[in-house]
Design a protein around this ligand. Structure first.
Ligand SMILES: [Zn+2]
Length: 339
C-alpha cells in the first residue's frame, strides 16, 4: 500500500502476514539524508523485523548519500596505503606502543581493526572438489568489483575474474560501467538471469538488507545454485550487542530488513535451503562511530581509545560473537540434503 511521498506500507515478506508490533522509530542519524521518521516493526506471526512504512523502489535512491562509499572505486594509492595500515594494526609491537601515538593516529588505525574471519569464497575455492571443474561465481550487489567489503580485495570480482567465471549484479550504472571497462559481465537485477544458469558460489555481501523483497533472492538461490554450491549471505545482525545497547543504531531508511539467525533460518527453510555454517563478528570502529553520533554512551571513550585498548575490546567481544551477539552475521547456505 502506497502511503504518499514515495513511501509504502507492506506486509511481511517472509510469511505474508499483515499484522506487526512496533519496535522502534528513528530518522537517518547515520547518513543524514532526511529528517523523516521511519518505523521498524516485527511480524506478529513469524518474527521478521522490517522497516515499515518504507521508501518504495522509486524513491529509495534519494536516501542514499553521495558519500555512500559502496560503489566507489578506490585509487591504487589508497589501496596500497590501506594494505600497509592493515599490516600495522595486526602487528603486536605496534599495538603495544600505540598509547604513545596521537589520538588521531589511533583513531585511523582503529578503523582498520577487524577480527580474522576466513573469506568464505576463498575457503570454498581452496577445497579439493572444486579443482576439477570451472567454478562460476555470482556476486549480488558487487559495486564496482574492486573489493569484497569486510574481506578486502582477494575475493573481489576484479581479482577472481582471472581464475574463475564471474558475473556481478549491480544497480548502479556508474559501477556497472567500471565493471564492463574491466571486462566483467554484469546485470542490473537478478531478473535478467535465466534459471538455467547455475552458480557454484552466490554471494550477497551486505546487500540483502537493502532489497525490497528478500524472498525473491532466496527463491533465486534455490533455482540458480548448483548442486554442490554455496550461497554466502552477510548482513548486520539484529541480535548484535550494539543494537541491544540502542535499537536506534539501525541504518534507516536504507536498511529495509533487520535480520537475525532465526529469520534467515526461516527464509532458508521456506526455499529448501539449509544453513551449513553461521558466524557473528564485530569490530571496534562501529562503536567509535556510534559514540560520535551519540547513539551509545560516551563513557567508554572510544574516541580517545588507543589501538591496543580497542584490540583488547575486540578480543573480549569475541566471546559475545561466539554466542551470536556479534554485530554482523554471516551464513552459508546449501541446497537441502547437501551439507
Ligand atoms: Zn511474518
Amino acid at each position: 500500500m502506497q502511503t504518499g511521498k514515495g513511501k509504502e506500507r507492506v506486509s511481511c515478506d517472509l510469511c505474508g502476514h499483515a499484522e506487526y508490533n512496533f519496535i522502534t522509530k528513528q530518522t537517518d542519524l547515520i547518513h543524514k539524508t532526511t529528517d523523516e521518521i521511519f518505523e521498524v516493526v516485527k511480524c506478529r506471526k513469524c518474527g521478521l523485523i522490517f522497516t515499515n512504512p518504507r521508501p518504495n523502489k522509486e524513491s529509495i535512491g534519494r536516501y542514499y548519500s553521495d558519500k555512500y562509499t559502496f560503489h566507489k572505486d578506490k585509487s591504487l594509492t589508497k589501496k596500497v596505503i590501506n594494505h600497509a595500515l592493515n599490516r600495522l594494526v595486526n602487528n603486536s609491537f605496534i599495538r603495544s606502543i600505540s598509547p604513545l601515538f596521537p589520538g588521531k593516529i589511533n583513531r585511523i588505525l582503529i578503523q582498520l581493526l577487524k577480527p580474522n574471519i576466513p573469506d568464505p569464497v576463498l575457503v570454498y575455492l581452496n577445497q579439493d572438489i572444486t579443482s576439477q571443474k570451472e567454478i562460476s561465481f555470482l556476486d549480488i550487489g558487487c559495486g564496482s568489483g574492486s573489493n569484497a567489503n569486510f574481506w578486502g580485495t582477494a575475493s573481489s570480482l576484479l581479482s577472481l575474474c582471472k581464475t574463475i567465471k564471474v558475473i556481478g549484479i549491480e544497480i548502479s550504472d556508474d559501477a556497472r560501467n567500471v565493471l564492463s571497462s574491466n571486462n566483467i559481465k554484469s546485470y542490473k537485477t537478478i531478473d535478467e538471469i535465466s534459471s538455467l544458469n547455475k552458480f557454484d558460489i552466490i554471494r550477497l555481501n551486505w546487500s540483502l538488507e537493502h532489497v525490497h523483497s528478500p524472498s525473491k533472492y532466496f527463491e533465486f538461490i534455490n533455482s540458480n545454485l548448483s548442486k554442490d554450491g554455496i550461497a554466502i549471505i552477510c548482513v548486520p545482525n539484529n541480535d548484535g550487542l550494539i543494537y541491544k545497547i540502542n535499537k536506534s543504531c539501525l541504518e534507516l531508511p536504507i536498511h529495509l530488513f533487520h535480520y537475525d539467525i532465526r529469520s534467515l533460518t526461516k527464509f532458508a527453510e521456506k526455499y529448501q535451503l539449509t544453513i551449513s555454517e553461521y558466524k557473528t563478528f564485530s569490530y571496534p570502529a562501529m562503536y567509535a562511530f556510534a559514540e560520535d553520533i551519540s547513539l551509545i554512551p560516551q563513557k567508554y571513550n572510544f574516541s580517545k581509545m588507543s589501538l591496543n585498548k580497542a584490540f583488547e575490546f575486540m578480543q573480549t567481544h569475541m566471546i559475545l560473537d561466539d554466542i551470536g551477539f556479534g554485530n554482523d552475521l554471516m551464513v552459508i547456505l546449501r541446497k537441502k540434503g547437501k551439507n
